[in-house]
Design a binder for this molecule. Structure first.
Ligand SMILES: [Zn+2]
Ligand SMILES: [Zn+2]
Length: 338
């Protein structure tokens, strides 16, 4: 998801914070983990204790993993508006995601002198000194309750990708990023995010500007978009391939969305779960969801926490077949959150 690749959403722009109740309207926060998903391999040695993080200001700091987790949770979710018990579970979920993601991608920027950046390429990170005392306290407690715990598959820490809202069904990683096949990143039905949030969006674009964006980002070399049409969808309803009306010119939907987001910003094509129709010289898109749609749906997780589901239930729903385990003990057994 290097900047030049598929960083999406708030991606290189402002570090997004999902406002929980306003939820998916903060669609601009569409955070996507780009198609270049498989990142650095998980470390083979002992558990890391230090993360070298590139802060938004361009400074590199060395942090204890647990301190890093606090900043990453602050960067990726806000407990505002949630009842205390639901907030605790949401923050626990996000702490597990943050820790698991950091472990799985440690050294991702090693060539640049640090481990993880603070954009959606890696994980958003907010300096705890910039957050309110009350927020810091509950985030810190969530990190402590999940200390050293990560989400594990039989292969080790999972690719803990997540997105703002799936719009009703998550997608398998292989349909969004064809080279990224993980058994726990499969599509699951998710009525929760739809129930609690307005996930519907619309966006229109001039046909000529659309073509320009696609050409600029090397998605197509055709001279004209004769007729933009959806060729294929996955089981979740996400578009996987489109035709521009030129024989043999098929575009993968992730590439299409990446080009659109780069050209028009994070509030344009918020997801690939859309339909499209031409009206005169403009294309009209209508869709649901926000983000790539793979892995955990933050809006759904929040709604599930509010409905009383446990942290473990939420994790297991979005990452089927995984479990929460203790990284330091190198165990694959179950672990509970205290
Ligand atoms: Zn990065
Ligand atoms: Zn969802």
């Amino acid at each position: 998801m290097a900047d030049t690749q598929y960083v999406i959403g708030p991606d290189r722009r402002a570090a997004p914070r999902i406002l929980i109740l306003l939820a998916l309207l903060a669609a601009s926060c569409a955070r996507y983990r780009g198609p270049e998903l498989p990142g650095a391999p998980a470390p083979s040695g002992g558990p890391p204790v230090t993360i070298r993080a590139l802060l938004p200001q361009g400074r590199v700091v060395s942090l204890d993993l647990e301190d890093y987790v606090i900043g990453a949770v602050l960067g990726e979710v806000s407990p505002a508006g949630l009842q205390a018990d639901a907030a605790e579970r949401v923050l626990e979920v996000q702490a597990l995601l943050a820790r698991t993601y950091a472990i799985a991608h440690l050294g991702r920027h090693a060539a640049e002198g640090f481990d993880l950046c603070s954009s959606t390429h890696c994980q958003a990170f907010v300096d705890p000194g910039h957050a309110g005392a009350a927020t810091i306290q509950i985030v810190r407690h969530a990190a402590q309750r999940t200390r050293s715990l990560v989400i594990l598959a039989t292969s080790g820490p999972i690719e803990a990708v997540f997105h703002a809202s799936c719009g009703g069904h998550t997608s398998a990683s292989t349909t969004v990023w064809p080279s990224a096949g993980y058994p726990y990143l499969r599509g699951v039905a998710d009525p929760y995010c739809v129930r609690e949030n307005e996930a519907h969006w619309t966006w229109t674009a001039d046909a000529a500007e659309l073509l320009l964006a696609l050409r600029q980002h090397a998605v197509t070399r055709v001279a004209t978009v004769a007729d933009l049409k959806i060729v294929e969808r996955d089981e979740a309803g996400r578009v996987t391939r489109l035709s521009v009306g030129v024989p043999g010119e098929i575009i993968h939907a992730s590439d299409f969305r990446t080009a659109i987001l780069r050209a028009f910003g994070p509030r344009s094509l918020r997801s690939t779960r859309f339909s499209v129709a031409r009206r005169g010289s403009r294309y009209h898109f209508e869709g649901t969801g926000n983000g790539h749609g793979v892995g955990l749906c933050q809006a759904g997780a929040i709604a599930r926490a509010r409905a009383g589901q446990s942290t473990e239930q939420i994790i297991r729903t979005y990452y089927p077949g995984t479990h929460i385990g203790n990284l330091e003990a190198r165990t694959r057994g179950q672990a509970s959150i205290h």
